[in-house]
Design a binder for this molecule. Structure first.
Ligand SMILES: NC(=O)C1=CN([C@@H]2O[C@H](COP(=O)(O)OP(=O)(O)OC[C@H]3O[C@@H](n4cnc5c(N)ncnc54)[C@H](OP(=O)(O)O)[C@@H]3O)[C@@H](O)[C@H]2O)C=CC1
Ligand SMILES: O=C(O)[C@@H]1CCC=N1
Length: 278
C-alpha cells in the first residue's frame, strides 16, 4: 500500500490531508503525520481525519514512499536530522517557501527526487493555486502523482524551479493582497454609510461574482471592466481615482517586491542551512 507521510502538522499539512482524503487521492489509512512535539495536535488530526500519527520520524520515513515537508523553512534541517540515511527512493514534496531543491539535496546529502511546490492558504477549502517544479530525478509518474496531489486541493501548474519566486510573489502571497483589498473596501463602505455586516456580504459576493466571471468568460478582464463602466458614470469616476493614485503601478511593485523577497529568502536560507551559519 502506497503511503504518504507529512513531517509537520500545521495548517498547510492539514489543508493537504483534508484535500487528499476528500479528493480520494489517498485513503486516511495511507496518511501518516508527524510534528516536533505537539501531541495534542496529532491527536486532533487523528480524531478528525482517521489518519495515522506518530512522533517516530524514522518509522514514518520507512513506512511512506512520499514525504511531504510541511514545517517552517527555518526548521527543515532539524526536521530531517536523523532520517537522511533512510531517505532513498522516496519522492520528497516540499511546500516550504524560499527553500530550493538544491538546499534540500544539500541537507539530505544526496540526489533524491524532489518536487518543490508553492500552494496558498486557500488549500484549506480546496481552492489553492499551486505551482510545482521537479528536480532532474523526478519521473513522469512521480510528477503526475504530485499534480493529482495538488489538484486535490485546487489547481496545479508545472513550472521551472526558477519561476517559483515569482509564483510565491503572485499566488503564494496573493490571498493576502485580496484580503487587503477587502479590508480597504470595508473601511470605505462604512465611510459611505453602509452597515459593516451588509457591506461584508456585498463585498464577498462582488468578489465571488467577479472571480467567476473571469473564470468562465472568454473576455479579457479589461473588457469585463469596460462593460461595467458607463460613460460619465460612477465606475469611470471611481477608476479615475485609482489611475490618479497609480494603483496599477502599486500592485505591480507589490508583486515585484514580494518576488524579490522570495529570492532574498532563498539565498539567505541556502547560506544558513547549507553552510551551518546561523
Ligand atoms: N501559510 C502560507 O500561506 C503558506 C505556507 N507555505 C509553507 O508551508 C510550510 C508550513 O506552514 P504552516 O503549516 O503554516 O506552518 P505551521 O507553523 O502551522 O506548522 C509547522 C509544523 O512544523 C512542525 N515542525 C517544526 N519543527 C519540526 C521538526 N523539527 N520536526 C518535525 N516537525 C516540525 C511543527 O510541529 P510542532 O507544532 O510540534 O512544533 C508544526 O506541526 C511553511 O514552510 C510555509 O513556507 C507555503 C505556501 C503558503
Ligand atoms: O509570506 C510568506 O513568506 C509566505 C510565502 C507565501 C505565503 N506566505
Amino acid at each position: 500500500m502506497e503511503r504518504i507521510g507529512f513531517i509537520g502538522a500545521g495548517s498547510m499539512a492539514e489543508a493537504m490531508v483534508a484535500g487528499l482524503i476528500k479528493g480520494n487521492v489517498f485513503q486516511a489509512e495511507q496518511i501518516i503525520v508527524s510534528n516536533r512535539s505537539n501531541s495534542d495536535r496529532l491527536d486532533e488530526l487523528a480524531a478528525k481525519y482517521g489518519i495515522k500519527t506518530t512522533h517516530d520520524k524514522e518509522q514514518l520515513v520507512k513506512d511512506a514512499s512520499i514525504i511531504v515537508l510541511a514545517m517552517k523553512p527555518k526548521d527543515v534541517k532539524a526536521a530531517l536530522d536523523g532520517v537522511q540515511t533512510l531517505i532513498k527512493d522516496h519522492l520528497i514534496v516540499s511546500v516550504l517557501a524560499g527553500i530550493s531543491i538544491q538546499t534540500i539535496m544539500a541537507i539530505l546529502g544526496k540526489k533524491v527526487s524532489i518536487v518543490r511546490a508553492m500552494p496558498n492558504t486557500s488549500a484549506a477549502i480546496r481552492k489553492s493555486a499551486t505551482a510545482i517544479a521537479g528536480s532532474d530525478s523526478v519521473t513522469m509518474k512521480q510528477m503526475k502523482k504530485c499534480v493529482s496531489l495538488f489538484e486535490a486541493i485546487g489547481i496545479c501548474k508545472i513550472v521551472e524551479e526558477n519561476q517559483l519566486d515569482a509564483v510565491t510573489g503572485l499566488s503564494g502571497s496573493g490571498p493576502a493582497y485580496i484580503y487587503y483589498l477587502v479590508e480597504s473596501m470595508e473601511k470605505a463602505a462604512v465611510e459611505v454609510g453602509l452597515d459593516p455586516f451588509v457591506a461584508r456580504d456585498l463585498i464577498v459576493q462582488t468578489l465571488l461574482g467577479a472571480s467567476e466571471m473571469i473564470a468562465v468568460s472568454e473576455k479579457h478582464p479589461s473588457q469585463l471592466r469596460k462593460e461595467v463602466t458607463s460613460p460619465n458614470g460612477t465606475t469611470e469616476a471611481g477608476i479615475s481615482i485609482l489611475k490618479e493614485k497609480q494603483v496599477q503601478e502599486a500592485i505591480i511593485s507589490c508583486i515585484r517586491r514580494a518576488t524579490e523577497r522570495s529570492e532574498e529568502l532563498k539565498a539567505m536560507f541556502s547560506e544558513e542551512l547549507v553552510t551551518n551559519k546561523k
